[in-house]
Design a protein around this ligand. Sequence first.
Ligand code: ADP
Ligand code: MG
Length: 282
Amino acid sequence: MTQTAVKVRGLTKRYREVRAVDGIDLTIAEGEVFAILGPNGAGKSTTVEILEGYRRRDAGEVSVLGVDPAHPTRQWRDRIGIVLQTANDTAELTVRETVRHFAGYYPTAGDPDEVIARVGLTEQAGKRIRQLSGGQRRRVDVALGIVGRPRLLFLDEPTTGFDPEARRRFWELIEDLARDGTTIVLTTHYLDEAEALANRVAVIAQGRIVAEGRPATLGGRASAKATVSWLEGGERRRVETGAPTETIVELSGRLGGEIPELTVTRPSLEDVYMNLIAEVPR
Ligand code: ADP
Ligand code: MG
């Protein structure tokens, strides 16, 4: 039986007249990589910060590794890793000093140099934090999130400001942690990131979940019509169909075998996402 890592029912949070989180339900199993996707201001950080015990909720039930984060215990904190959207820097310390310092907070911390290697900062280990680029600083944040070897890791927009190579390396790190059994909850506004990493995705807009599921099937994506496109008589032809295989067999018969420049496409995660976001009334 799979254990539940996170369970949320009817979560709400207002800032004066703003309903930042407006009745969210979530269930995340242990070992899952779960992505919370949504535009700026959707309520991603507020939700995650409540789960982390960083922010008070107005209403709703929340259980994170069996504990209400509004009443955290020391033991519970030791099992949670946190990468906030905007982190506090220890600008004058070196990378190694910073990671060592934070390792001291945890009873079963990982080896600081190993953690530094894992986030790809071995060459920068002796540098002061203020000398690092934005992307490198972000990797320090991630190192501090994982140094306590958490069972559950929260990452709030971890790759904002990364170049494509750093993002790929970060993805590998997440896959690596997930293989070790770490449950991962990350927010992102990058669709490719959610698609590459997450077993499941919740799209939130205006404080509400507007869709939830596997990236491949989100918003009816898998059952959406396919577009079959090919070249015929020097012209590009296109049909939308619920039965692309049938269309291709028929085409192949008509065109005598190979179909020139054949492509079959379904809506991308981005197409689905844009539709979901557009449907939310303001
Ligand atoms: P996201 O992380 O998805 O960008 P946030 O959770 O940061 O969204 O914000 C959700 C809404 O709550 C936004 O309208 C934001 O302006 C508002 N908000 C967030 N934090 C505060 C705060 N400390 N005080 C007042 N309003 C806030
Ligand atoms: Mg945010």
